[in-house]
Design a protein around this ligand. Sequence first.
Ligand SMILES: NC(=O)c1ccc[n+]([C@@H]2O[C@H](COP(=O)([O-])OP(=O)(O)OC[C@H]3O[C@@H](n4cnc5c(N)ncnc54)[C@H](OP(=O)(O)O)[C@@H]3O)[C@@H](O)[C@H]2O)c1
Length: 247
Amino acid sequence: MTEKMLADKIALVTGASRGIGAAAARLFAREGATVVLAARTESALKELAEDIPGASYVVTDLGDVASIDNAVATVVERHGRLDIAFNNGAVSVPPHPIADFPEDDFDLIMRVNLKGVFYAVSAEVKAMTEGGAIVNNSSVGSLIGNPALPAYGAAKRAVNSITESAAVTYGPTGIRVNAIAPGLTLTDMAEDWDRFDPGVLDRIVAGTPLGRGAAPEEIAEAAAWLLSDRASYVTGVVLPVTGGTAV
Ligand SMILES: NC(=O)c1ccc[n+]([C@@H]2O[C@H](COP(=O)([O-])OP(=O)(O)OC[C@H]3O[C@@H](n4cnc5c(N)ncnc54)[C@H](OP(=O)(O)O)[C@@H]3O)[C@@H](O)[C@H]2O)c1
């Protein structure tokens, strides 16, 4: 029988209360990992943790560096180490072109989606004293122009840069750092966008060679492989998971 892909790994998943993060937490556990779930909504985390063997949660705000540090420290306190981390949590805001973009929305995106990932990687590499693997959840929007979501695209492109810098800096200590760049994935975030711009999801699907949006589980699979030892010589990449959408 094939060994489970993440056997014996201690894992942190941010943005684990729903969507891609919740699917990843379930998958990582099925693949043998002990998972700590992080997000803000305690009720959702509690319900999910009760449903995943061996899982626990830590309420975390990715907009607060002290809270991120606490999440990583909690994993180490509970399990003695951190092996793998999926930095998945992020926010979206209503679509606006650059000329009309509200400053508060810009600041929120930068605080959570950029600074949150930067300081999560910072805390994680310090905790990974025996090596490890990190996957940051970027977006197809990091690789193309984003007329409607320009701040989101800018923050996600910065996530790619953080990924590449961390891979180079921490490769010599046995830590691999990669990113995935999902295309349209059928979660609350995508539904929110469609509410503000009705029909946008149908338009994206029409331009997707596989002819559909991804299920969250399909994105989680790519993260699981990059986090596993089966990807042991892969670091510093941003892997498009886009159903064939050219980037
Ligand atoms: N859906 C797509 O089409 C798509 C495409 C490309 C990339 N992505 C990326 O995939 C990742 C997951 O997105 P999703 O589609 O699964 O979105 P989602 O369903 O809206 O889930 C977002 C997750 O992030 C958490 N989160 C948001 N703000 C947070 C904060 N300040 N602190 C801690 N956690 C926070 C949310 O939990 P709480 O609200 O409980 O805190 C939730 O668990 C994101 O990085 C997103 O940018 C999504």
